[in-house]
Design a protein around this ligand. Structure first.
Ligand code: FES
Length: 135
């Protein structure tokens, strides 16, 4: 299987791998095709992703695509981050072998779940502030 140099670089030196203590949101997804798992942690300030980290049991292509995605979304607003597709990430990496395209789904899917988790946390926070104020 032929990987581009950029894919190999991200696989061998993944950016933003690890965990965030007290994240604003966390997203975990499994890949139905291979059974691998991806978890993404976010720090969000004023609607902007200021930090992002990931942990995975995925293959090299999953590591490379998630590493690339984390670099692309850091500093972006949530709306901008949600617009980045698997195809954008694969393109940025110079392409992925077709048999490995499903692996890139893990990154975008986990990011989406992490953003939803953040939005839920925010809503709960607002509600508890409101409840505290009305007491
Ligand atoms: S084979 Fe499972 S993520 Fe690539």
């Amino acid at each position: 299987m032929q990987y581009t140099e950029k894919v190999m670089d991200h696989f061998q030196h993944p950016r933003n791998m690890g965990q965030i203590e007290n994240p604003s949101g966390v997203g975990e997804v499994g890949n139905a095709v291979c059974g691998d798992i991806m978890r993404i942690y976010l720090t969000v300030e004023n609607n902007v992703i200021t930090d992002i980290k990931f942990q995975t049991y995925g293959c090299g292509a999953a590591v490379a695509t998630t590493s690339q995605l984390t670099e692309m979304v850091k500093g972006k607003t949530l709306e901008e981050a949600l617009k980045i597709t698997n195809a954008d990430v694969a393109k940025e990496l110079g392409g992925l072998p077709p048999v490995k395209l499903h692996c890139s789904n893990l990154a975008a899917d986990a990011l989406k779940v992490a953003i939803e988790n953040y939005q839920q946390n925010l809503k709960q926070e607002k509600e508890s502030v409101k409840n505290a104020e009305s007491r």
